[in-house]
Design a protein around this ligand. Structure first.
Ligand SMILES: NC(=O)c1ccc[n+]([C@@H]2O[C@H](COP(=O)([O-])OP(=O)(O)OC[C@H]3O[C@@H](n4cnc5c(N)ncnc54)[C@H](OP(=O)(O)O)[C@@H]3O)[C@@H](O)[C@H]2O)c1
Length: 332
C-alpha cells in the first residue's frame, strides 16, 4: 500500500472554487472501518455539482468528490470485510460529505460497502454506478405493475444521460420497446446501441400550454429532467399509467394540472436511490449483474483518467455529455 495517492481536490479560494490533482496522504482520510484502494469511479451529475463547489451537495471544502467507488479492501477493522475483497459503494454520503472516489483511496463505514456481484466486473459496476442504480429502481417500479412487454409504450427523457441511457438499456434487455427523448440530434447511434426503439426530439415533449390533458401516449415514463418535460409526460400519459421522476437537470419546478391524476389515474413516483435500504439495493444489483445486464454495456461508457475528468464535467454541466464516464484510477 502506498502512503500517498493522487486525488482531485476542490478548494475554495476567495469567491470561487478551484480543482487540482494533489498528492494526499492516507492519514488525510477519515478514520472509518474499511480502507479501499479505488480502481474505478464514475461521473454522475451530483459529482459535477460537488466538483464546482455546490454547497447543496458538499458543505465543507477542501473536498474530493466521487460518489461511486469500486475497488479492493486494503485494511478493515470489522469482520465483515477482509483484505483483498472486491467491493463497491454507490449512492451514499461518500464523495459528498466524505472524500470520495476521485482519489486513489477511500475510507468507508463498512455498512456502505457491498461485494461486487457475481457476474459483474469492477468496471461494469462503475458503468452502472449511481446512475445505474437509479435506472434499476425506476425499471423496478415499471415491473411492479406487471406490464405487457409487447404493448407497453415507454418514454425516457435525458436519454443520452447516465440515468436515461441505462434505463433504456435495461428496459430493452427485458424486451420493452422504449422511446428515447433527447436534445441531441447527433446521438442516434448511441441510443440505438442502447436499444432505443424510437428517438424523439426533446421539443416534441415540451408542451408549455395550460392544457390539463394532452393526447394519451404513454403507459410509463422515466423522467430525469423535471420541469415542462415532466409536466408533458404527466399530461400525455394514458389511463392508469406511471410516471417516474428521478431528476431535475432542466428544472426542479413542476407546474402542472391535477387532471391526469384525477381523470386518468396517473401515478407519479419519485426515486431517491440514496434512501434505498441495503436489501433492496442488493436485490437490484444482483439483477443488474444477471438478467437486467445489457449485452453491450461496455459501449455505453467511456473511460478517463483523473486528469481528463475536468473536460467530462464541463460537458455534463453544459448538457453535452454522452452516456457514462468511468474514471480509471490506474490511468495516469
Ligand atoms: N433520484 C436519484 O436518486 C438520482 C440518482 C442519480 C441521478 N439523479 C438525478 O438525475 C438527473 C440525471 O442524472 P445523470 O447522472 O443521468 O445526468 P447526465 O448524465 O448529465 O444526464 C442528463 C441528461 O439530461 C439531458 N439534459 C441536459 N440538460 C437539459 C436541459 N436543460 N433540459 C432537458 N434535458 C437536459 C441530456 O440528455 P439529452 O441531451 O439526451 O436530452 C443529458 O445528457 C440529475 O438531475 C441527477 O441529479 C437522481
Amino acid at each position: 500500500m502506498h502512503s500517498t495517492f493522487a486525488a482531485i481536490v476542490v478548494r475554495k479560494s476567495e469567491n470561487r472554487f478551484i480543482q487540482n490533482i494533489e498528492e494526499r496522504k492516507i492519514s488525510d482520510l477519515p478514520d472509518n472501518d474499511v480502507l479501499v484502494k479505488v480502481c474505478y469511479s464514475s461521473l454522475n451529475y451530483k459529482d459535477c455539482m460537488s466538483y464546482m463547489g455546490n454547497l447543496g451537495v458538499t458543505r465543507k471544502f477542501p473536498h474530493t468528490p466521487g460518489i461511486d467507488v469500486a475497488g479492493v479492501v486494503v485494511s478493515s477493522k470489522t469482520k465483515t470485510h477482509k483484505e483483498g475483497d472486491h467491493v463497491f459503494v454507490v449512492s451514499q454520503a461518500l464523495g459528498m460529505s466524505m472524500p470520495g472516489g476521485f482519489g486513489g483511496y477511500v475510507s468507508c463505514p463498512s455498512e456502505w460497502l457491498l461485494p461486487i456481484p457475481q457476474g459483474m466486473t469492477l468496471k461494469e459496476c462503475m458503468i452502472f454506478g449511481t446512475a445505474g442504480l437509479t435506472a434499476a429502481f425506476s425499471v423496478n417500479e415499471i415491473l411492479k405493475s406487471n406490464p405487457e412487454v409487447e404493448a407497453a409504450e415507454i418514454v425516457v427523457s435525458g436519454a443520452t444521460g447516465g440515468v436515461g441511457l441505462l434505463s433504456i438499456a435495461i428496459l430493452a434487455k427485458l424486451g420493452f420497446k422504449v422511446s428515447a427523448l433527447t436534445g441531441k440530434d447527433y446521438a442516434n447511434e448511441l441510443l440505438l446501441l442502447a436499444g432505443a426503439d424510437k428517438i424523439l426530439d426533446r421539443s416534441s415533449m415540451n408542451d408549455l400550454s395550460d392544457r390539463g390533458l394532452l393526447s394519451p401516449q404513454w403507459n410509463f415514463a422515466i423522467d430525469t429532467v423535471g420541469g415542462s418535460v415532466l409536466s408533458t409526460f404527466l399530461r400525455s400519459s394514458r389511463q392508469e399509467s406511471t410516471v417516474i421522476a428521478t431528476g431535475l437537470v432542466s428544472s426542479q419546478i413542476l407546474n402542472t394540472s391535477l387532471l391526469p391524476f384525477i381523470l386518468r389515474g396517473v401515478r407519479l413516483i419519485g426515486i431517491n436511490s440514496e434512501g434505498k435500504n441495503i436489501n433492496d439495493r442488493r436485490e437490484v444489483w444482483s439483477r443488474l449483474a444477471s438478467e437486467w445486464k445489457p449485452d453491450n454495456l461496455g459501449v455505453l461508457a467511456n473511460e478517463v483518467s483523473l486528469g481528463d475528468l475536468g473536460g467530462s464535467v464541463d460537458k455534463m454541466l453544459s448538457g453535452a455529455h454522452l452516456g457514462r464516464t468511468v474514471v480509471n484510477l490506474n490511468l495516469i
